[in-house]
Ligand binder design. Sequence first.
Ligand code: PEP
Ligand code: MG
Length: 838
Amino acid sequence: MSEILTLLAPLAGWAMPLAETPDPVFAEKMLGDGLAIDPTVGELRAPCDGEVIGLHACSHAVTLRAANGAEILLHVGLETVRCGGAGFEAQTAIGRKVRAGDLLLRFDLELLARQAASLVSPIVVINGRGFAVEPLATGREVAFGEPVLALRPTGTTEPIAAAAAASETLRRRVKVALAHGLHARPAALVAKEAATFAAEIAVEIAGRSANARSPVAVMALGVRFGDEIEFVASGDDAAAALEALVARVAQRDAEAPVAVVETLAPPAPGPTSPLSALGGVPAAPGLAIGAAVRLVEPEVAVIEAAGAPDAEHAALAAALDAVRAALTGRLVGETDQRREIVEAHLAFLGDPELRQTARGAIATGQSAGAAWAFAIGGYVDQLRGVGDARMMERAADLNDLKRQVLLRLSGEAAPTLRLPDNAIILADDILPSQLMELDASRVAGLAISRGGPTSHVAILAAAMNIPAVVALGPRVLSIEDGALVILDGDNGRLQVAPKSAEIAAAQTRLAERRTRRARAMAAAAEPGRTADGVRIEVFANLGAVEEAASAVENGAEGCGLLRTEFLFMDRDAPPGEDEQLAAYQAIATALDGRPLIIRTLDIGADKPASYLELPRDENPALGVRGVRVSLAWPQLLRAQLRAILRVRPAPQIMLPMVSSLAELRAVRAVLAELAADLGVPSPKLGVMVETPAAAVTADLLAAEADFLSIGTNDLAQYALAMDRTNPQLAAQVDAMHPAVLRLVRDAAAGGAKHGRPVSVCGGLASDLAAAPILIGLGVTELSASPAVVPELKAAIRSLTMAQCREIAERALNQTSAAEVRALQLAAAPAAPKMGAAS
Ligand code: PEP
Ligand code: MG
């Protein structure tokens, strides 16, 4: 057959010569000739008519045989076998006849971008000896169906394995220790090794045999980790060949099985592998393209030489006053979050013990600077010693204060950093004061080596609308100043020196985001409803009175969770009934008649209150918190309930951290008594489903509760046994885990049994990708961060109940959160994940 076969682009994206593939197995054409495409759309289509002769168990690679005998390997991404199938959905099967353009695979580009070594996808003719392979399109963007390769038959055929030489045949059995078995790369390396010997070598497993010099044949054996294979060799150097091959497959490779976890940073690059992407923890949502600017702050020098103690006391007092004045000046006109941080710094500054320790150090002959550094250092060590993530982050605030005072003492001005437009700040850690000193109009994103998602910087970045990724690791500081980077705050990823196709894709995403947001805003006032008319109420979570107005502007139909802790924290005594009434009433008034659900105090664990003298729990998250605190301090509960009962229009009440019906009954009794005292009807009382106990007994709770509201933040931490404040685990505490979703299903079923509304008010309600799943599981209300409300409503509008039920059913049967996130729903929008702190 002499006809030229033209292969059509099986992927849409940037086409490049195979030699540019960042993997020698493909770049050196060990598997055959072809080209590579860096895809921008998550679909793989057939490049010609043919038959599917290979579909990897992990669905990341398909082999087609064309009518002219050419066998074409379509390998999506590099080292994607490690994803274990997550992010891939096969749309074909082995043995199926396909036509050019038929869909073979769907894959989740964003997920793979985080997990794969690269998205560059080789398209290789693996029995290429019979064909001259000519790329038709490289170095440019290609669309599906454009001609990309021409295959001209050469008349040569694959060499038939020479008959075994007359010499003795040697055999060696070996257990394969390569983490992913003999998939494409190791098969190619085995073949390369085999080719260095003269001996004829075969690989055998379960009665099947392959020529060891044929990577494709070896790959087709489907050898997995732990399988026993046999190398069979004959020829002069057979013994040496067996030795070498056995050693190659018996050794654990660098590809130790990798959990499909979004935060795993890629392994340290070798000398020849340039840094291309880093994985971290999302801290503030959004996408940014810009120039890297390293923020390397020199340590502020401490003047060690001390003058007379009186002079040093005076110098310290003057420096503290100057910092206080500067901080107080900053309070004016600041947003809530920024003001809170400045207030925290002011409180630290006024701390009498801190000052006393510093004064004591001056009395022993230290300079003002050395004394201040000593005093702060002691606190920082103590906070770090607690081993609690939030305490560590407060230690960062103290270090910030140390720096501010030392700068005053040294008389130096804070160094000003000149920023280009769209600067993406790279820093080991960034102190809140440093962030506030930067010209915010030029900062497009923050890429932080350390830090946690609940740090003040993360909160500030979110409030300033600056995408941020933390815990990127120290390599972030090796990125050159001025390098172009893409920061993805939704997915916790920093891409370095992106290719033009990647920049174009990011720009498209940015533009789409803006358009989507604008469209959603325009329709924000419409009630939440699915495409087929089912009413889904969309509420907002509030934590302060100032947020209520913006929630209403964003189309919130009410408040599904008012976190009342804002009134109780960072003070020496709890607020009285009247103070609470004023705060709750202001919110009810701002909501202008929309429903308001007030949650009773959820203090304890990561939300401390010094005046309560809570017991020092070994495991605070499992200790006295939520409704347990209210029941243990009845006066506190009574004052709060009385304040709520006096609000007009009457709000509803819900209880946090419920684990048994007895808690609901106890509060209900107090509420009934107080309502009778005040001569008002007892309001609706609901429970939060935040413990696995509440979820699995939801039917029992719903018999008496007026409604259920699922707190997925806590439900995920308790179901997965992962502390939600632990920065190391932060990205894994993902409520999309099927275990959590099954608990949501149980809670929804329990509520439905008694006709009770079931809402979700945890962070999952703010995650657009979760909306169809939650609705499909039976949730009828979502209470999200105010900023998400317009897009959440728009997402719901695009869904039908049938679609929701279908995806929910599939989600329940996945094995990990990553797999659930990889599920695609045609109608679902590209879903930005909102910050972990909802
Ligand atoms: C939750 O746990 O999901 C929740 C809404 O409560 P919080 O985040 O305030 O603990
Ligand atoms: Mg909670």
